[in-house]
Design a protein around this ligand. Structure first.
Ligand code: SF4
Length: 80
């Protein structure tokens, strides 16, 4: 992550892959994919959103897809 980047932790990685925002597994490559599609004004907030969503809805095991407000945008959910 650079000074103007997006922190890609385990939540950001998992959710980016599930949503189809990135097909990469390397956090640096995921960040590059995210930087292309997320407006710069959201860079400082987006990791907090990934962490919140990852802890409460899109958990590593048994994600709560039926209660997910962004399920209609999710590639993982399409496959369920
Ligand atoms: S629909 Fe499921 S897999 Fe997709 S973001 Fe929501 S909780 Fe995660």
């Amino acid at each position: 992550m650079n000074l103007f980047g997006i922190a890609v932790d385990t939540h950001a990685k998992r959710i980016s892959n599930r949503l189809g925002l990135s097909n990469n597994t390397d956090p640096n490559k995921i960040e590059q994919d995210l930087l292309k599609i997320i407006p710069k004004k959201y860079y400082k907030d987006v990791n907090h959103l990934f962490v919140w969503h990852g802890r409460n809805i899109c958990t590593a095991r048994n994600p709560k897809c039926n209660n997910c407000p962004i399920a209609k945008f999710c590639k993982f959910y399409e496959g369920c």
